[in-house]
Design a protein around this ligand. Structure first.
Ligand SMILES: [Mn+2]
Length: 340
């Protein structure tokens, strides 16, 4: 078969492989988010109702704050559920298109010769070879899963509807970032029409920030810096920023809307320590007047045109300087690599 990936509408070979699988292992990326989790819970519950065996095994356990997406405890980590891989004949990574992003479950399947495919809405790196479904016009993997469940002829359970709506709300920032795609709101409307109560989902996602994380946001906001022309803003988050606060690793990411939300700012960056010593995670955002995906791609990362990220080995100073300078070029603040 020459074709390796399908967009929506899905290719017959893709749907047939899912329908005929003996056991599918659904995975998502490390540091799982509401899009990846909502998508896999939706897919697994719809599959179960259709008599298809789908188990969810991720590198990481389901974060406590996303427990509402998985009320029946379907999401398990590799540490406790490696056995569930036995007998699987297909792996499916949701919301990522690189095997490495799913870590151990994907590597374990590969090691015993099981195909690992993807269901994702992120652009594939030019040099990568992936199999499965990649549809970059979709707001979220959740929206893509809605179409997938529909195409497979499976029923949408209330749990599946909740997972998909949560995934869509998360990735669109509560339906703000729609990329002018009318289908996103059509899918949301279809979900509401099933009787789904969206209020608890919206409150869980957007109105349940722990107090200490709110204090952290204040600290991050007080550290925001701006370029001379005011088109680029950034914040560096280090151990001092989180000192004395019991906050999750992801909490600082919540400050991004404040950084990119500044009047006149077109591109924003946040820098926070990575998992390994000396490593920094760089998150990038931009408004419509600039694209920043290339800045992450040049450092081995990826994402979308207006939201991307990468993980880079330090030192921090030159990294910040280089990223900020590239963002200034992206916004047109400077026309070349020379600081104004
Ligand atoms: Mn996503």
């Amino acid at each position: 078969m020459s074709e390796r990936t399908t967009d929506w509408p899905f290719a017959p070979w893709f749907l047939e492989r899912l329908r005929s699988a003996r056991r599918i292992v659904a995975m998502t990326h490390v540091d799982p988010d509401a899009d990846g989790l909502g998508s896999q819970v939706a897919f697994a519950t719809a599959a179960a109702a259709a008599g298809v065996d789908v188990v969810i095994v991720n590198e990481d356990p389901c974060p406590v704050r996303y427990g509402w997406i998985d009320p029946h405890g379907l999401v398990r980590s590799f540490d406790v559920a490696a056995d569930a891989l036995d007998g699987a004949d297909l792996g499916l990574i949701f919301d990522a298109n690189e095997i490495g992003r799913a870590r151990r479950p994907a590597e374990a399947l590969r090691a015993v010769g099981v195909d690992v495919w993807v269901v994702d809405h992120h652009a594939v790196r030019p040099d990568a070879v992936v199999t499965g479904c990649v549809a970059t016009d979709f707001s979220s993997t959740g929206e893509l899963c809605f179409r997938l469940i529909e195409a497979l002829g499976w029923q949408l359970s209330p749990d599946a509807a909740r997972g998909i709506y949560g995934a869509m709300s998360f990735d669109t920032g509560s339906f703000r970032f729609l990329r002018n795609q009318p289908n996103t709101l059509r899918v949301a409307a279809d979900l509401i029409a099933t009787g789904l109560d969206t209020n608890p989902i919206q409150e869980a996602l957007w109105a349940s920030r722990p107090f200490e994380e709110t204090v952290l946001l204040g600290r991050v906001c007080s550290q925001i810096q701006r370029s001379p022309g005011g088109t680029v803003a950034w914040a560096v988050v280090d151990a001092d920023t989180t000192a004395g606060l019991a906050v999750s690793r992801d909490a600082v990411g919540e400050a991004m809307p404040m950084v990119i939300g500044i009047e006149g700012v077109v591109a924003a960056a946040m820098f926070k320590p990575g998992r390994r010593d000396g490593e920094w995670k760089v998150s990038l955002r931009s408004k419509t007047a600039a694209t920043i995906g290339h800045v992450a791609e040049a450092r081995g990362g990826g994402g979308h045109a207006h939201a991307a990220g990468c993980t880079v080995q330090g030192p921090l100073g030159p990294l910040v300087e280089a990223v900020v300078q590239e963002l200034r070029v992206a916004t047109g603040e400077t026309s070349d690599g020379v600081p104004a």
